[in-house]
Ligand binder design. Structure first.
Ligand code: GLC
Length: 457
């Protein structure tokens, strides 16, 4: 098949969050399966004359072609998202250009696969082909919809295509426009696919999604274990695996030394690799931390950047509890890998989590996830049962201080019992969320033999 992937992020070229890893992993897997995959994303921070530039990251499989759109007027700033009204025009033009360039280049897709609101114009616009190829829109994060006033775009077909179909008030909503027009819709876990049909999780789009529920599918993200495996990860200091787990302790020691932390072996290292936003449960964490630190012994290391109010509150907590709370304000891939390898636990108290990738990576690194039962966290982590020895982590239910305290308490109790701990670690390291397992579900939705895809409006 010929697949046109339209995305704002693609690892390692442009990464803000899990979206970049997901699109890169799925695209690479599709190409190794023999499909022709053309990815298009903006070239951020490039000020050369407008053009389409081919990118060739290391080890791209044959069949995967990556193009970056150079458009200095709109993407000359190195930031992926500007966070204001300029994003409307940037990403509307990007979606339109993605289609125009593929067509001009003679690439006739069998399916157009667009990701999140930034790429939704590519499915909301009619496109240059007759008949139009089927389109698939993946919702990675319904909390960001691309809502703007009408005047964020000049009067014309782009503005019309991106109008919000869910409210009477005239405004733009990129994601809603894409949801209304895409042939097929997916989100990144089965649980989240049902969650977004409810008012609690639908972020105002639940009505529109319910109308299109027959087109909506939940597919858990896969992992590119070529990049995320402690057995051959060039970014960590000591290789290890389920069969040779000893290296983990060396990575732990190296991490502590690098961070200047003196923590004994009995005190678990709890890692967090996260955007500091409301979605990720940072408000709950901030509320719970004073009590958690007073009641239990652990050392929390948070790697991430985000909203200033969270950064400031966490800085204050870290200053008040040196050694127990460490905040690393950075986007740093190498440090992310080293934190995964060196931590004992990974905490993800998300308010909502469409899939979540870090918990999938953590399990392979023998780092036990402590997650809230929502979206892909619920679908990927199985609460450990000491009686049967089955399970891969901690799953807590309630988004409140009681919930997170109970969850962390469970993990700390198992950590203190070496036989239980080595069992849950071994279980986690054996989990397999490879794209070879998750990818075929996308192919089934792309395939033209699929009846649903043949009924194109
Ligand atoms: C978004 C979601 C996250 C998901 C990722 C990739 O970042 O918040 O849950 O794993 O997209 O699909």
């Amino acid at each position: 098949m010929r697949i046109l992937m339209v995305t704002a992020e693609f690892a390692p070229l442009a990464k803000v969050g899990g979206l970049a890893d997901m699109v890169a992993g799925l695209s690479a897997w599709l190409a190794t399966e023999g499909h022709e995959v053309r990815v298009i994303l903006p070239a951020y921070g490039v000020t050369e004359a407008p053009a389409l530039r081919r990118a060739t990251p290391d080890q791209a499989p044959p069949g995967l072609e990556i193009f970056e759109l150079i458009a200095p007027e709109h993407f000359g700033d190195p930031a992926v998202y500007l966070g204001d009204d300029r994003d409307a025009l940037r990403f509307a033009l990007f979606g339109e250009a993605a289609l125009a360039h593929a067509q001009a280049d003679g690439f006739h897709p069998d399916v157009i696969h667009a990701h999140d609101w930034h790429a939704a114009a590519a499915v909301a616009l009619p496109g240059p082909w007759t008949p139009s190829p089927p389109t698939l829109l993946t919702l990675h994060n319904i909390g960001y919809q691309g809502i703007f006033g009408l005047d964020a775009l000049p009067d014309g077909p782009l503005r019309e295509a991106l109008r919000d179909p869910t409210v009477a008030e005239p405004r733009l909503n990129f994601l809603a426009a894409g949801i209304a027009r895409a042939t097929t819709l997916t989100t990144v876990s089965p649980t989240h696919a049902s969650e977004i049909l409810t008012a609690e999780y639908g972020a105002g789009l639940e009505g529109l999604l319910r109308e299109r529920a027959d087109r909506l599918h939940g597919i858990l993200n896969g992992v590119d274990y070529g990049l995320w495996s402690p057995a051959h990860d060039p970014l960590i200091e000591h290789a290890y695996s389920a069969e040779t787990p000893d290296g983990k302790a060396h990575n732990r020691a190296a991490l502590l030394e690098a961070l200047g932390l003196v923590v004994d072996d009995q005190v678990p290292i709890v890692g967090m690799i996260t955007r500091l936003t409301a979605q990720k449960g940072i408000d709950l964490l901030i509320e719970a931390l004073p009590g958690l630190v007073a009641a239990q012994e652990f050392s929390l290391v948070i790697l991430g950047m985000g909203e200033p109010r969270y950064v400031e509150a966490l800085r204050t907590l870290a200053e008040a509890h040196p050694g127990a709370i460490t905040l690393l304000e950075a986007h740093d891939e190498r440090l992310a890998h080293r934190l995964l390898a060196g931590s004992d636990l990974l905490l993800m108290p998300s308010r909502y989590e469409p899939c979540g990738l870090t918990q999938l990576y953590a399990m392979r690194y023998g780092t036990i996830p402590v997650v809230r039962a929502t979206g892909g966290l619920a679908d990927s982590v199985q609460h450990f049962d000491p009686a049967t020895g089955e399970g891969t982590g901690v799953v807590f239910r309630d988004y409140d201080v009681g919930g997170i305290s109970w969850g962390l308490g469970q993990a700390l109790a198992w950590f203190a019992a070496p036989a239980l701990w080595s069992r849950v670690v071994a279980n986690a390291m054996r989990t397999d969320f490879s794209w070879a397992k998750q990818g075929p579900a996308y192919l089934a939705l792309y395939l033209p033999s699929n009846d649903r895809l043949n009924r194109i409006e």
